[in-house]
Design a protein around this ligand. Structure first.
Ligand code: UDP
Ligand code: MG
Length: 323
């Protein structure tokens, strides 16, 4: 494979490109300082870099800390969103404003080890456009999270046409060409894991063991994770709708067979099917199924409605530089 031209040669190895690191942060006051120190220590080996924090409407001291860091080191930048727009939208804001030849996205809580960044860059220099990471063994992740996440990836791969490797998170390196493609995406419901699998290009994976969250708590509650999973599935698949059709057809067939049975009973034994319990159960059952199917359709229509508004993904309150 061809390397990035002119970037691999000998002592000039780290000279001709700029690395951007994009980090969404929502109430991460306890992590930012530590993470920045580690990042600066690693990135100083490269000729040019920027660290771009996206403050996703934090209510703690996150923004103050970011401002202080920016004053001390002009390579550290921040964008502060007008409210909490969510992790994926914050990522989008970061990608939109990053200026590097390659962009690394990672979490603010040190679960994604900064020490891995040189490896990501190494792979990029070899010529890969997307270098994504896979969690391998996860001592830092709770039992419930591990189980639900495993279930999600299985379901997602079953239902959609893209393949999402299990344990993929938003810790990856993207080449400038890929970032430019992602910047142009207009879809309101973002699911970057799916989109980066969907764009193609030359992709490569690296495995890592996630750390425990350094400070603070996870910002993804069970409810948010469910919403996130639903967005992932509905963004990349129409299969739930098709499953509804299948369900409807099979139930209708069943009802038909049962109808024939009841009529035959009436004709040959002179008595109708006994009891109202069976009627009640089937009415309730079918009613339930109908509501579920309606809900699935509603979910898609709702998403369509939101998309049609074409609202921006985020609103910026302030930032550390113009572009
Ligand atoms: N995050 C964000 N906005 C949100 C929720 C999370 O910017 O509304 C950031 C958060 O600060 C962190 C990253 O997204 O940098 C991942 O969040 P978290 O560590 O809480 O998720 P987990 O690792 O538990 O899945
Ligand atoms: Mg985390």
């Amino acid at each position: 494979m061809m390397g990035r031209e002119g970037r691999l040669e000998g002592p000039m190895k780290n000279k001709n490109f700029k690395v951007s690191v994009v980090i969404p942060a929502f109430n991460e006051e306890g992590n930012i300082q530590e993470l920045t120190e580690k990042l600066v220590d690693i990135l100083k080996d490269y000729d040019d870099y920027e660290i771009l924090f996206v403050d996703d409407g934090s209510q703690d001291n996150t923004l103050e800390i970011l401002k202080r860091l920016h004053e001390k080191n002009s390579r550290i930048h921040y964008i502060s969103l007008a409210r909490n727009f969510g992790h994926q939208n914050a990522l989008k804001a970061g990608l939109d404003h990053a200026s590097g030849d390659c962009v690394v996205t990672m979490d603010a809580d040190l679960q994604h080890p900064p020490e891995l960044i040189p490896q990501l860059i190494e792979k990029w220099l070899e010529g890969y456009d997307v270098v994504y990471t896979i969690r391998k063994g996860d001592p830092g992740v709770s039992f419930i999270k591990r189980k639900t996440s495993g279930m999600f990836y299985r379901l997602m791969n079953r239902l959609s046409d893209i393949h999402l490797p299990r344990g993929a998170a938003d810790f990856r390196l993207l080449d400038r060409t890929v970032v430019d493609v992602l910047k142009d995406l207009k879809e309101y419901y973002l699911f970057f894991r799916g989109i980066t699998a969907w764009v193609g290009f030359r992709q490569c994976r690296i495995e890592y063991t996630p750390e425990k969250r350094f400070a603070g708590q996870s910002k993804y509650s069970m409810r948010r994770m469910l919403g996130f999973a639903l967005t992932g599935i509905t963004s990349f698949s129409l299969k739930p709708l098709r499953l509804s059709i299948l369900l409807g057809v099979s139930l209708a067939l069943l009802a038909f067979v049962y109808g024939v049975y009841v009529i035959l009973m009436k004709i040959f034994s002179g008595q109708a099917a006994p009891g109202w319990a069976s009627v009640l159960v089937s009415v309730l059952f079918i009613g339930g199924i109908q509501l579920i199917v309606l809900g699935i359709i509603g979910e898609y229509i709702g998403k369509l409605f939101m998309e049609s508004k074409q609202r921006p993904h985020y609103v910026i309150r302030e930032k550390s530089r113009e572009s």
